[in-house]
Design a protein around this ligand. Structure first.
Ligand SMILES: Cc1cc2nc3c(=O)[nH]c(=O)nc-3n(C[C@H](O)[C@H](O)[C@H](O)COP(=O)(O)OP(=O)(O)OC[C@H]3O[C@@H](n4cnc5c(N)ncnc54)[C@H](O)[C@@H]3O)c2cc1C
Length: 388
């Protein structure tokens, strides 16, 4: 058993931390207020290779695996939610789907650009009435000669307005059963049938827009099918299994940021009885945060290590995401108790964290869906099948 990070992972953490603290943190409030990650920051993410951390060097990635990618998410999340969400949407779900399920031709065409961040990607599963219940999806892709014709729409698609390619999930006819299956497609954003309808005015992670997308007689070649025809649900779940681990790493970073703010405040803020740290109620808040953060860190990096060993981690990924999202929320709430009114001052890191953490319990499967996945895995081992 070895609980240490490799020298390469330590180096990566130093690089990302230096970038996050020196270049990103001073701009984080402006990114939030302007609702945009500036192009020079996107270029720095490219230069540092951060869009391609988990992918092998042969395809242009950093080759640091899921552990390296979790380090990137943990460090970025401590300073800027919008930038973290952008990297998460592109690397964690968009590019990851191509890496995990792309054909050799698709990987040849897209993977190097995706890993370098010169091609940005988004992952479009959600529709009105089809968030948790993907089977209720209305978007269709009908075969027409050598093409598929996609019609429908998607909502809340992170960086759907910036992406050069979007992984779109659609219902497709299944010959053998006369029914419908789900299929994933790579859709280029310059396709005349693809358009961005609008971006949502949302609560947090404001630098990364959530876009509504429209597919209107959007014709794509047959070669655009990602993964197996009719098996899009498997492509989605395979991708989300890995993505949920890195989302938990993002939660870890947010919880750590809240913790650091709390400790600094408790040490610096003087009351009539000395520093706030003398107060037992504050000590308990800090101790509870620390306990949960340590548990989350062990969980995240153990599961990331399993991903790098090629293990399927469905249950553990859901456990990480469920626990991580709750720890991030609890840590920020506790930090607000420690800091008091100043915590809610508009423009403070804690105020941004308060808004940014909320969505962790919703995206990539809500907490209720994670509980269903976890319980489903447990009962399946006893021969009992449960369905959502
Ligand atoms: C900021 C943001 C960014 C997003 N980015 C993306 C993206 O990039 N790509 C993408 O495809 N989607 C994205 N989403 C969509 C997100 O994944 C969905 O919002 C999420 O899956 C929940 O779906 P819903 O909002 O339709 O809620 P619903 O599925 O309608 O759920 C409503 C409530 O009912 C509960 N519920 C639903 N079904 C069950 C059940 N069977 N058992 C118990 N409880 C249940 C849920 O847990 C939830 O509490 C994003 C959303 C947000 C807010």
């Amino acid at each position: 058993m070895d609980f240490g990070f490799s020298a390469e992972h330590d180096r990566l953490r130093r690089t990302v931390r230096e970038f996050a603290l020196n270049e990103l943190a001073p701009l984080a409030q402006e990114i939030d207020a302007s609702r945009q990650v500036p192009p020079h920051i996107v270029n720095r993410l490219r230069e540092l290779g951060l869009f391609g951390a988990p992918f092998p060097q042969e395809v242009g990635g950093l080759g640091t695996g899921e552990i390296g990618y979790c380090i990137v998410m943990e460090e970025l999340a401590q300073v800027c939610g919008g930038t973290t969400a952008m990297v998460g949407a592109h690397t964690g779900i968009g590019a990851m789907a191509v890496y995990l399920d792309g054909t050799e031709a698709q990987k040849e065409e897209y993977l190097a650009g995706l890993a370098r961040g010169t091609i940005l990607s988004a992952f479009a599963l959600t529709e009105p009435g089809a968030g948790s219940d993907a089977a209720n999806m209305k978007t269709t892709a009908l075969p027409d000669g050598d093409e598929f014709v996609l019609n429908g729409g998607k909502i809340y698609i992170t960086i759907g307005d910036l992406a050069d390619i979007v992984i779109v999930f659609a219902r497709t006819p299944m010959d053998e059963s006369d029914g419908w299956g789900l299929t994933a497609f790579i859709v280029r954003s310059d396709n005349p049938g693809f358009s961005v309808v609008r971006t949502e005015d949302k609560l947090g992670n404001l630098g990364a827009h959530a876009a509504e997308l429209s597919l209107d007689d959007c014709r794509v070649p047959r070669e655009s099918v990602l993964g197996k025809y009719g098996r899009g649900f498997i492509t989605a779940m395979k991708t989300l299994d890995v993505a949920r681990v890195s989302l938990a790493a993002c939660c870890l970073g947010q919880a750590e940021a809240a913790f650091k703010i709390s400790v600094d405040h408790a040490v610096e803020h003087q009351t009539s009885g000395g520093p706030l740290a003398h107060s037992q109620s504050v000590q308990w808040l800090i101790a509870d945060m620390s306990t949960e953060i340590e548990a989350l860190r062990s969980l995240v990096y153990r599961v990331a290590w399993l991903v790098d060993q090629g293990e399927r981690v469905t249950q553990l990924a859901s456990i990480s995401k469920l626990y991580g999202s709750e720890v991030a929320t609890r840590s920020v709430n506790r930090a607000i108790k420690v800091v008091g009114t100043a915590a809610l001052e508009h423009g403070s890191l804690l105020e941004r964290l308060y808004r940014d953490v909320r969505v962790n319990e919703i995206v990539e499967g809500t907490s209720e869906i994670q509980r269903i996945v976890i319980a489903g895995s447990i009962f399946r081992e006893s021969g009992v099948r449960i369905s959502p």
